[in-house]
Design a protein around this ligand. Sequence first.
Ligand code: HSE
Length: 432
Amino acid sequence: MKKIIRKKKSNEVRIGLLGLGTVGSELANLIGINATRIDKEYGIRLNLSAAFVRDVSRKRNVNIHIPILTTNPDQITKNPDIDVVCECIGGNGFEETRQFILDSLHHKKDIILSSKKALALYAPEFIEAGNSNQVQIRYDATVGGGIPISKVFEASFRGDTVTSISGILNATSNYIYSKMENDQMDFSQALKQAQQKGYAENNPSDDVDGFDALYKICILTMLGMKRIPSPQSAIAQTFRNVELCDMQYASELGYSIKPLALADRVNGHVEYHVGPTLISNRHILANTFENYNSIMVKGNICGQLGFYGQGAGDKPTASAMFDDLLNLILSKQHNLFQGQEISSYSQIQLKEKNSKKYWRLSLLNEPGALANVTSVFAHNDVNIEKILQKNKHKEYMELVLITGIAKKHKELFSELSKNPSLKIENVLHVTE
Ligand code: HSE
């Protein structure tokens, strides 16, 4: 192994970066800008020793000298001259990321993670490797960008039971919905703009098909509810399934459509939902726009708390990682590490949450058509709470309903689908 630096000084922490893209470069710059102050205030010498990159010759916006840029990840993950690894690999290639993380842990390096996918899918494996090697894993940057949510869970709710976590966790989809709602763009136009802004991951599917939000709600469940959910046991509804007319009808009915993820503790289980959701305009979450995230946490003693901030972007993410880095070093200095508490958490399967629904139906515009539809809801014991009738065409009309919770949603859906004079255009989750 190539020797990286001169003999380590006693107060020195040697940092290796995995990835030097937009987040990695920003983190490198933050280390450079703050190193002198951190040395003065805390007596800690941050030494950015090496970075793993795919292409050494690529031009980067990094204002700090990094002694070693290498295309060999072992120079970071297995190098005895590195103390802490900061993983800034990003969205894709999570199997490779998993291996980098495990290699780092097995070589006794503390690690700061940014990859939510790797964490959500392999948390138990990482925690076990961290504990058996007596090193720490910190991962605030995996959820909510710059929102310090894992630090909140680490230091709060000690006397509470967290009963519910909900939030707008995917900044890209929230940006898209904001453009649809406020600027009347359609989904694909708004997605293009989100990509130009650099919010979307390399593969937009993770963002717009709900996977990213699902991984994040799994991580929040782990932090807040002390259960490790398996994302494979859950299905996210794609955020693509919203048209401009849905936005307009929702607004007429007093709602905004948002890319929501939630986890509720119900009788010892955790119920979840990830998908486009009508949220009452009175709710704080309905007023979260652009690339911002909001996270609401309910404790049985403290009640509802809310956290808000930029959920995507190099600077907020790097800021969360830098704080993780400093907190990790300080906790080690004070000998606070007792192993990852969550090694004792039980693993759970998530259950899908039943909810009120928004229906957009088109049906033949003829006598009795409305009665036929409403009677199906009536004999399935489902209350119609709000209704809009839009006569878009002479022959067809559009019917928009907000309905109460159906005990047997699938049966109701299939009965409505069998009606030849009716087409189900969209069904979305509703929360007040
Ligand atoms: N692609 C993510 C989002 C940001 O749009 O929220 C990184 O977590």
